[in-house]
Design a protein. Structure first.
Length: 287
């Protein structure tokens, strides 16, 4: 549920909440039992146009994740984030901005110690349109994560992302992405890692109702030991994904998505290596 608000066209923003509940997959997991994952988020944001070329923005988000399997409860996760920044539209083709995000997050206390942490991110981003058909946008920043438990490895370093989009025709699009970022799987939040990779994704809008897309990505994952997981410090994974998607929109308030893909993970820790075919289907309603 999202509410878009607007005051005189100068002050705009969103307020909303999301809730997801479903069966957690066995990917990147060591708990092979029924495991229901629930994620709830509450958020609000605002943007104030100071002038025709300059704006300031800010937002807050409160989110939490719980898992029903007792062995996975160490990955129950709750976070609160505050973000603010400024943006300048330098020209019709160029946009520049800078911002800061602060996150306070935590996990349940475990035998390995408390995993609560603080994360600070300062970043700069830019967007440039070479033409109506070609554009590029990117961001670069510095991330610092400190844990309350000094036995848990902290992290500090650069993060970045870049995206190139090309639309040779009205119906055909091509997108290429590259990144270096810190992330974790939703079912294993305490096992965070540095992700470095890239992807290429062509898409074709066959009609107003049907869109075909394909995405191929390669990613290196350098794991950093989480709470009580010192044995994970040397884990290195390489992930190769290929996926084809079909999106069908029979009406303006209903979207059907079908996906078929192949995923191969190589890891220096044998239990995490696998290759598999993945099939998914979901229906999204808009009101």
């Amino acid at each position: 549920m999202v509410w878009n608000w607007d005051l005189a066209g100068i002050l705009t923003g969103q307020v909303g909440a999301t809730y997801n509940n479903g069966l957690a997959s066995f990917v990147n997991a060591t708990v092979y039992s029924r495991n229901i994952i629930a994620t709830t988020s509450y958020f609000g944001s605002g943007r104030y146009d100071v002038g025709p070329h300059w704006a300031i923005f800010g937002g807050v988000i409160d989110s939490g994740t719980t898992l029903t399997a007792l062995a996975s409860s160490v990955n129950d996760f709750h976070s609160k984030s505050v973000e603010f920044g400024t943006e300048c539209v330098a020209s019709v083709k160029d946009t520049l901005g800078a911002g800061y995000r602060y996150t306070d997050a935590g996990y349940p206390p475990t035998l390995g110690g408390n995993g609560d942490f603080r994360e600070d991110i300062a970043y700069f981003y830019s967007k440039h349109a070479f033409s109506e058909k070609t554009s590029i946008d990117g961001s670069v920043g510095y991330l610092k994560r400190d844990y309350a438990n000094l036995s848990v490895d902290s992290f500090s370093g650069d993060i970045w992302s870049v995206s190139l989009q090309w639309s040779p025709t009205e119906k055909l699009q091509l997108r290429a992405d590259g990144w270096r970022r810190l992330q974790a799987y939703v079912t294993a939040q305490s096992d965070y890692f540095v992700s470095k990779g890239g992807s290429i994704a062509p898409s074709w809008t066959a009609s107003e109702k049907v869109v075909f897309a394909f995405r191929w990505s390669l990613e290196d994952q350098d794991y950093i030991p989480g709470p009580g997981e010192s044995l994970m410090e040397d884990r290195r994974d390489t992930l190769n994904r290929r996926q084809a998607n079909l999106a069908y929109t029979p009406t303006h308030f209903l979207i059907v998505n079908l996906a078929y893909g192949y995923e191969k993970r190589n890891s220096n820790m044998l239990p995490y290596s696998y290759d598999d075919l993945l099939v998914s289907a979901n229906v999204t309603g808009k009101f």
